[in-house]
Design a protein around this ligand. Structure first.
Ligand code: SAH
Ligand code: SF4
Length: 351
């Protein structure tokens, strides 16, 4: 990310940028201009920050740069979804997905190169965990997608649901979220950001104490520990009861709810009994459910239930007054659907 001699400002907080500015004997308000240039106007070159004096731009240019992941390739789906492949370093591929909807655009971003959790239904989980992304690489994906978007006036949603387990990269993910929401940086409402976790209970408890809290989504995917232990190996450490307890004490604003994602896998977790157990688990929680029919891939050992079974599962929840939507795969023709992000490692070179 960083050229040899220059320091990359991308991902630095307004306070850190202020320290740099003050060290250069410049007035503090210059830091605000730099932050706004980087995070709002998406400047990549000091020359574009014309509100700074020429001499300051010169000084900045000598020691500092603004670098964020540049897309190596983009794949366009016929439904408008775009998958971006970023090369961060040798063998370090990550992907982000742009999903246009009627009233908003959703950006799905990654937090790690690979993932250590290894869920059985997920392609990312088949990759070795290589490294955590830096804060600048996380927010940088949002900036890279913003730069490429043709509909700047649409509302923006960021979902931290790409490659990696965000709560295993806690500090960098939180720093990126703070930058996305900081009025001096991107100024996005925390309600427009959703973080999805496979159930890292200590991370959920820590997140609950943060001054800025995004929406929380939990990948539940099983209603018994026996099955969840198999599908999501970290369940052996943090059981469903502990996970639900952390959700119960998670602070929610008025009308805010926790989303429970549930990947429906044929013959594994899609029986009416699973739906009924889910109803019992969710009792008393402010929640909504997102049912995700399993996205198939030859390298994954499962299949998707047929439509009838998905609707029957949904009906059991809806009949008990649970809001349960079905997440239809977007970008299926370009392998951009949930669980199919895998960087370049296990794709054909042409993909
Ligand atoms: N690591 C985080 C966020 C990324 S995964 C997490 O696990 O929550 C985003 C969502 O995709 C999760 O809800 C996950 O359960 C789902 N998912 C993974 N593989 C899938 C597949 N093959 N089909 C459908 N959804 C899948
Ligand atoms: Fe990691 Fe999430 Fe995939 Fe599980 S579903 S392997 S936690 S990215």
């Amino acid at each position: 990310m960083q050229t040899e001699h220059k320091i990359n400002l991308m991902g630095l907080s307004p306070e850190e940028i202020q320290d740099i500015v003050v060290q250069m004997d410049e007035p503090a308000f210059r830091a605000r201009q730099i932050c706004s240039g980087i995070y709002r106007r998406h400047a990549l070159s000091w020359d574009h920050l014309t509100d700074l004096s020429k001499s300051l731009r010169q000084k900045l240019c000598e020691k500092y740069e603004v670098q964020y992941p540049l897309a190596h390739q983009a794949f366009q789906s016929k439904d408008g979804t775009r998958r971006y492949l970023f090369g961060l370093g040798p063998q370090e591929w990550i992907e982000s997905v742009f999903i246009p909807e009627d009233s908003r655009d959703t950006f799905c971003i990654s937090t790690q190169v690979g993932c250590a959790v290894g869920c059985l239904y997920c392609l990312t989980g088949k990759l070795a965990m290589r490294r955590n992304l830096a804060a600048g690489e996380i927010i940088g994906q949002v900036l890279a997608l913003l730069k490429d978007r043709e509909t700047p006036s649409k509302r923006l949603n960021v979902v931290i649901m790409g490659m990696g387990e965000p709560l295993f990269n806690y500090d960098n993910v939180m720093k990126a979220i703070r930058l996305m929401t900081d009025a001096r940086a991107m100024a996005l409402s925390p309600r427009r950001i959703t973080l999805s976790t496979s159930g890292v209970v200590p991370g959920i408890r820590k997140l609950a104490l943060e001054p800025v809290i995004p929406n929380l989504a939990i990948s539940l995917n099983a209603t018994t520990d026996k099955l969840r232990d198999q599908l999501i190996p970290i369940n052996r450490k943090w059981k469903i009861s502990e996970l639900m307890e952390a959700c119960r004490s998670f602070p929610l604003e008025k009308r805010q709810r926790i989303t429970f994602e549930y990947v429906l896998i044929a013959g594994i977790n899609d029986a009416p009994e699973d739906a009924r157990r889910m109803v019992r688990l969710l009792a008393g929680l402010k929640q909504k459910v997102n049912l995700i029919p399993f996205n198939e891939d030859p390298r994954l050992p499962f299949t998707s239930p047929d439509e009838e079974r998905v609707l029957a599962f949904q009906k059991i929840l809806v009949d008990r007054s649970i809001t349960a939507s079905i997440r239809r795969a977007r970008g299926a023709d370009i392998s951009a659907a949930c669980g199919l992000l895998a960087g370049r490692e296990i794709r054909n070179p042409s993909q």
